[in-house]
Design a protein. Sequence first.
Length: 210
Amino acid sequence: MKILAFSDLHARPRSPDYVDFYAILKYIKKLKEKAKKSKPDLIICAGDMSLFEHDLEEIMQKISKIGKKILVIPGNHETPSFVRKLCSFYDNIVYINKRAVKIGDYTFVGFTGEGFLRQDPEMAKFIKKITPKIKGKKVVLVTHAPPYRTKLDKIGREYCGNKTISTFIKKNKNIVLEICGHLHENAGKEDKMNNAKLVNPGPVGKIIKL
């Protein structure tokens, strides 16, 4: 399976407190071109499509035109209920926050989380509920926050990721891929934990082969 993953369309390294809507549209245009060239089987968005939901309706409409089936979770800049509602308007966009969706040989598990928590009690509850259902299945985990103590969550000398995600990955060897975002500084970076490949695809997106 070939996946085109992306996250954090609102990322603006030169001016993090200001997001140009047209810059987001440029990212989406590049993703559409990448999808046309690479012909992925599936597209995954790991959250933060907007800055506090500004222009989110139009952004989602543009994302829907990238093509293929698109799995989406919200980021810390989006309200889960609003993203779920917008996803329902499109036949090719599937909301997977707190859900497990089987596509081909893989089960895709999504959870957004708060983004800045070291330990996430809400995620821990979801993990306890979902773990028996994914036993023996090849799992692709999609979260907004990165797992703790990896190349994807290290900023300077500190690790800023989520320990709940790391524990989940370490306890489940059937997780083969973890896609995340949140920390713009680490866009494009990859790492490995247990049997899982870890990827922060960033706004320009990455092709991932399973």
